[in-house]
Design a protein around this ligand. Structure first.
Ligand SMILES: [Zn+2]
Length: 242
């Protein structure tokens, strides 16, 4: 198990906002051929988690690891313009044509982070699934798949008992009035404890004011509310694991 104390202070804002990948190790996942990136400091513990799950016949794979600002911006803009479907917390499709900009922003934030405020920028947050439990079906990353009647039930139960032993926890463990629960999204506590307090409203406001983003006015005029309801409104990283 590795300790983590190598975040360069000069680079921390760029890492938080997804503007660099200098903290990321990329690797190709066996069987799926899908290349993903995670923070280099959590790679060892992630691999240990995967090896332990494999003994129980659970083949953990990452659906989404590190994501850059640019990638998150594309996801955001596509949802805002209606190119990509926005689901509400009950899994129903949202019709963007019936909403004003502020309402679209809030609808997107239930499942997708604001660019610059995605925990996937940090590299210590990953969306995972078990390849062998899918039985050939496509992964949708929807809550029913991870429920006790869904294909990922065995993974959900295993993670509930074992993730913490490797330093992982669920930041979106339950609905807190903002972001929907995400039973597939794991965060590596030793890194999350470093990154989360350093994502400041002022840094985000400053950066978003300088770029083109769909719904810009609705975002920048309401960033304080967005910040407390959809960004910081998560389960805090547990202490005691280094
Ligand atoms: Zn995620």
């Amino acid at each position: 198990m590795k300790s983590m104390n190598d975040l360069s202070p000069n680079n921390i804002s760029k890492e938080i906002l997804g503007l660099t990948d200098s903290h990321i190790s990329y690797f190709k996942q066996p069987e799926t051929n899908h290349t993903v990136g995670v923070h280099h400091s959590m790679l060892e513990n992630f691999q240990a988690l995967v090896a332990c799950a494999k003994k129980e016949d659970i083949e953990i794979k990452i659906a989404s690891g590190f994501r850059s600002f640019e990638r998150q911006l594309l996801i955001w803009n596509n949802k805002f313009s209606g190119i990509t479907v926005i689901n509400d917390i009950d899994g129903k499709k949202v019709d963007v044509n019936t909403l004003d900009d502020g309402e679209i922003v809030k609808a997107i934030l239930v499942y997708s982070a604001l660019p610059g405020a995605s925990r996937h920028h940090w590299g210590c947050d990953i969306d995972i699934y078990a390849d062998n439990l899918l039985a050939g079906k496509p992964l949708r990353l929807e809550p029913w798949e991870y429920s006790q009647t869904g294909p990922m039930a065995k993974l959900t139960t295993w993670l509930a008992h074992n993730a913490v032993n490797y330093g992982f926890y669920f930041p979106y463990d339950k609905f807190r009035g903002g972001i929907a629960p995400e039973p597939w999204h794991l965060s590596y506590a030793p890194l999350a404890r470093k990154f989360q307090p350093q994502l400041e409203l002022a840094i985000l406001q400053d950066y978003l004011s300088k770029i083109d983003i769909a719904g810009k006015a609705a975002i920048t005029n309401n960033l304080s509310e967005i910040f407390s309801r959809y960004i910081n409104n998560v389960c805090n990283a547990p202490q005691g694991f280094n």
